[in-house]
Ligand binder design. Structure first.
Ligand SMILES: NC(=O)c1ccc[n+]([C@@H]2O[C@H](COP(=O)([O-])OP(=O)(O)OC[C@H]3O[C@@H](n4cnc5c(N)ncnc54)[C@H](O)[C@@H]3O)[C@@H](O)[C@H]2O)c1
Length: 324
C-alpha cells in the first residue's frame, strides 16, 4: 500500500492538466465508464462541522475508491485548513487498499478545474470581470481556474473577515497568468454588481450576496454549499438562472442546500436543473443560449472527479517510479 503525500500529489497536478483530466472524466462518466455512488454526510456535534464520504467506481481502470472530507469552518482561526480530505484507492481485482492519498490540494485543484470547465461552457465569451467571495483555498483555486478560460481585466475580492483580503490579493498577484487588476470589494453585493463571473467559495450558511444585484448575462459558480442546510446563494439567484448545471445530478439532490431549500419551498422543480457538465460537453443540453441569460454552476463535489483524479496521480507516480 502506498502513502502519497501532498507534495507528491502537487508534482503531477497543474491547473492546465487537471482541466483536461476533469473534462475526460466527464466524458467517461456520460459513457458509464466511471460511476459515483451515494454520498454520506454526517453533522458532527451540531450543524457547523461536517464529515462527508464520496465514493466512485471506475469500470475502465482497475480501481474504486472513497474520499473522506472534514469541513470544520472554525479551523481557519487556529491555523488549520477548514477542509481536510483523504482518498482511499482500492484494487478492483482484489479489493485491497492500494493507496492512501492526501487530498487537500487535489480537492481544491479539482474543484477549480471543474469550475473552469463550467465557466468555459456557461460564461459569456467576453466575460472579463471576475468576483470572488471567500479567500480560502477554494477561492485561490477558483482564480487560478477562471484565468485559464477567460481574458480578465479586473478581479474583485470580498471576505467577511476583512484582514484576509489583502493577503489573498498578494497571493493572487504572484499567480496571475495575464495582466489584470485585483481590488478589494466592500461587500458581497458589490461583487455581484460588478461581476461578469462570480464565484462564491465560503463556509457561509446564509446567502453571501443578493441575487437582485446580478447583471443580465452573469455566470455564477456556487462552490461552498454542500449540505442540505447550507444556502450560499439566495433563491432570487436560483430563480433568475435560466441554466443550472452541476457535476452529478444525484449528488446535487443529496447535498445542495442552494437548490434543495427553494425546491422544498415549492419555488423550483426538478426540471429547473438543466443537467450535468458532461451533458453540456457532449451537447445533450445547452449551457447558454444568449448574452442576457444568468447561468449557474452549482458545485457540490463528485466522487467521479476525486477518485478519477486520484487514479491519475497514482498511475503517474507508479509509472515514474517504474521508470527509475
Ligand atoms: N464544491 C466542491 O467540490 C467543494 C470542494 C471543496 C470545498 N468546498 C467547500 O467550499 C467552502 C470553502 O472551502 P475552503 O476550504 O476555501 O474554506 P476556508 O474556510 O479556507 O475559506 C472560507 C472563507 O469564506 C469566508 N466566509 C465565510 N462566510 C462568509 C460570508 N458570509 N461572506 C464572505 N466570506 C465568508 C471565511 O472568512 C473564509 O475566508 C467550504 O464550505 C467547503 O466545504 C466545496
Amino acid at each position: 500500500m502506498k502513502t502519497i503525500n501532498e507534495k507528491q500529489v502537487k508534482t503531477f497536478l497543474s491547473m492546465g492538466n487537471v482541466i483536461e483530466v476533469v473534462k475526460k472524466l466527464y466524458f467517461e462518466c456520460t459513457e458509464g465508464q466511471i460511476r459515483a455512488g451515494n454520498r454520506i454526510y454526517m453533522p458532527i456535534r451540531g450543524e457547523e462541522n461536517v464529515g462527508q464520504w464520496l465514493v466512485a467506481n471506475s469500470l475502465s481502470q482497475p480501481f474504486f475508491g472513497s474520499k473522506f472530507s472534514s469541513v470544520f469552518p472554525k479551523n481557519v482561526a487556529i491555523g488549520l485548513p477548514s477542509t481536510i480530505s483523504k482518498i482511499s484507492l482500492y484494487s478492483a481485482e482484489t479489493g485491497e487498499l492500494q493507496a492512501l492519498i492526501d487530498a487537500n490540494y487535489l480537492t481544491a485543484i479539482k474543484t477549480g478545474a471543474s469550475a473552469a470547465v463550467a465557466t468555459d461552457l456557461m460564461a459569456r465569451k467576453n466575460a472579463s470581470v471576475l468576483s470572488i467571495i471567500g479567500t480560502g483555498l477554494q477561492a485561490y483555486s477558483q482564480v487560478l481556474a477562471i484565468q485559464e478560460v477567460r481574458k480578465l481585466e479586473k478581479v474583485y475580492v470580498y471576505d467577511v473577515v476583512p484582514e484576509r483580503i489583502d493577503e489573498f490579493i498578494s497571493m493572487i498577484e504572484k499567480e496571475k497568468n495575464q495582466d489584470y487588476s485585483i481590488v478589494a470589494a466592500a461587500s458581497g453585493d458589490e461583487c455581484a454588481e460588478q461581476a461578469d463571473i462570480i464565484c462564491t467559495c465560503t463556509t457561509a450558511k446564509s446567502p453571501v450576496f443578493s441575487g437582485e444585484k446580478l447583471k443580465p448575462g452573469t455566470h455564477v459558480n456556487a462552490i461552498g454549499s454542500f449540505t442540505p442546510f447550507m444556502q450560499e446563494i439566495d433563491e432570487n439567484t436560483v430563480l433568475k438562472a435560466s441554466k443550472i448545471l452541476t457535476e452529478h445530478v444525484e449528488g446535487l439532490w443529496e447535498a445542495a442546500g442552494d437548490i434543495l431549500i427553494p425546491f422544498n419551498e415549492g419555488r423550483i422543480t426538478k426540471e429547473d436543473v438543466t443537467g450535468e457538465l458532461g451533458d453540456a460537453l457532449t451537447e445533450k443540453v445547452s449551457a447558454r443560449d444568449n448574452d442576457q441569460e444568468i447561468t449557474l454552476y452549482e458545485s457540490v463535489g463528485s466522487g467521479v472527479l476525486d477518485i478519477g483524479l486520484s487514479i491519475y496521480v497514482y498511475q503517474s507516480l507508479y509509472k515514474e517510479e517504474k521508470g527509475k
